[in-house]
Design a protein around this ligand. Structure first.
Ligand code: GDP
Ligand code: IMO
Ligand code: MG
Length: 427
């Protein structure tokens, strides 16, 4: 078998959590491959809304194993809170959550360093979630990091103290005030919770599972335009959020990747700083934000909103090798008489259809096509036949412009508000 990959094609928050939950019954294993608690993946079913940060979004199903892969960075404090919240809902993770020994740990000082770095950047700040993601990945690539496998070693505290000593020097350099003794007890409580779970060589586990015919879905976090290499650098996260990140973040070889499922919103959002060509800094953007409840699942910050951006979407489809698309939050656009889609940019006097390298320093001006809105409530529709002609036209237009079929259209946050499209409507 090969592993399928599901990831976001925009700036995160596309609705990955919802779709992983919907697709989980088709798979045996759901495996997160990168990112950490900067992610907030929302699931809704039976009137319950739940947000996951580190734990894969297959956790609410009883027949699946969920794996936190080596590419993930884990904050034991947030991880413990996630486990406690699941317990309260009657979900026992014990036999269905496995953690890679190679996953790196986020220390309290990583969070402090994140805050110090953002404060030092002033108005040029990234708009980080301040979860310590950047500093933790810096220690990983700098070969200083602590991993889940280290916590069962008798030398763990010694290794922890050595790394914290380094961090203290950096914090002093930033003149950053902090009280570490207030933060450490929760960290070590989280470590105890982590210790109780099974730590595995997830690359062996997943490859053995694939060899024995098991179905694996790799769950991405963030979005392709936040990728450390291909995103709008430096306004990005610190990991590879694209399909290649599933190879390195789980130890799955490129030739064992099967379907690549690309999730996108019917419009665009971004939280944090950085370029956003189709951003609507006006009443239309405000309307999308209010109707779409576009406020961060992790930080509560208002998300910036704008129209769908095809050059950016096509770029993400190319980098990821997307084989099928899923379009989310179509219901939010029901408000509009006309819907704009960006097809090109005007850039340095030319019309282009790609994301230029220096988008940070040179604005691109979006060129739009307008499509007729459907102006009706979609949220109770249950099959393709019920969809209004204007929405079908919107779907067909995107399929034509991307060359990739849309296999799911989502019409609401609940599991059930999901329309499975007939294969390749585009043809
Ligand atoms: P993720 O990070 O990609 O998992 O996405 P988030 O959970 O951060 O943000 C997506 C938000 O949209 C969540 O509040 C979801 O409950 C919600 N959502 C997902 N799909 C739909 C949809 O089709 N319609 C509406 N109205 N909300 C949706
Ligand atoms: P999910 O998985 C949306 C953004 C932050 C900031 C930048 C860097 O829920 O889609 P970081 O904390 O990584 O240093 O922040 O990336 N960001 C996200 N935006 N969804 C996410 O995750 C995000 N994770 C990070 O807002 O702009
Ligand atoms: Mg999110």
């Amino acid at each position: 078998m090969s592993a399928d990959v599901l990831l976001g094609l925009q700036w995160g928050d596309e609705g990955k959590g919802k779709i992983v939950d919907v697709l989980t019954p088709k798979y045996d294993i759901i495996a997160r491959f990168q990112g950490g608690p900067n992610a907030g993946h929302t699931l809704e079913f039976n009137g319950i809304k739940h947000v996951l940060h580190t734990i894969p979004s297959g956790i609410f199903h009883d027949t699946n194993i969920n794996v936190v892969g080596n590419g993930v960075v884990i904050d034991p404090v947030i991880f413990k809170k996630e486990i406690d919240a699941l317990k309260q809902m009657g979900v026992d993770v014990k036999n269905k959550l496995l953690i890679s020994k190679r996953a790196h740990l986020i220390l309290p000082t990583h969070r402090l360093l994140d805050a110090a770095s953002e404060a030092a950047k002033g108005k040029d700040k990234i708009g980080s979630t301040l979860k310590g993601i950047g500093p933790a990945y810096m220690d990983k690539t700098g070969r200083n990091g602590l991993r889940v496998g280290d916590i069962s070693s008798t030398a763990f505290k010694q290794k922890y103290d050595a790394l914290v000593a380094k961090h203290r020097q950096l914090l002093a350099f930033h003149n950053f005030e902090y009280n570490l003794s207030e933060l450490e007890p929760a960290f070590f409580e989280g470590i105890e919770v982590l210790k109780q779970l099974e730590h595995i060589d997830s690359e062996l586990y997943i490859n053995n599972a694939l060899r024995s015919g098991k179905k694996v879905l790799a769950e991405g976090a963030q979005g392709s335009l936040l990728d450390i290499d291909f995103g709008t650098y430096p306004f990005v996260t610190s990991s590879n959020t694209v399909t290649a990140g599933a190879c390195t973040g789980l130890g799955v070889a490129p030739n064992r990747i099967g379907n690549v499922i690309g999730i996108f919103k019917a419009y665009c959002t971004r939280v944090g700083s950085g370029p956003f060509p189709t951003e609507l800094d006006n009443a239309v953007g405000e309307k999308i934000r209010m109707v779409g409840r576009e406020f961060g699942a992790t930080t509560g910050r208002p998300r910036r909103c704008g129209w769908l951006d095809l050059p950016a979407l096509n770029y993400a489809i190319m980098i990821n090798g997307v084989t099928e698309l899923m379009m989310m939050k179509a219901d939010i656009l029901s408000e509009f008489d006309e819907i704009s889609i960006c097809t090109h940019y005007k850039y340095k006097g030319e019309t282009i259809d790609y994301l230029p390298y220096d988008i940070i320093d040179n604005d691109v001006e979006p060129v739009y096509t307008k499509l007729k809105g459907w102006k009706c409530d979609l949220t109770k529709m249950e099959n393709v036949d019920q969809l209004p002609a204007e929405l079908k036209e919107y779907i067909r237009y995107i399929e034509k412009q991307t060359g990739v079929p849309i296999s799911i259209v989502s019409l609401g946050p609940d599991r059930k508000q999901t329309i499975f499209m007939e294969p390749a409507l585009v043809k």
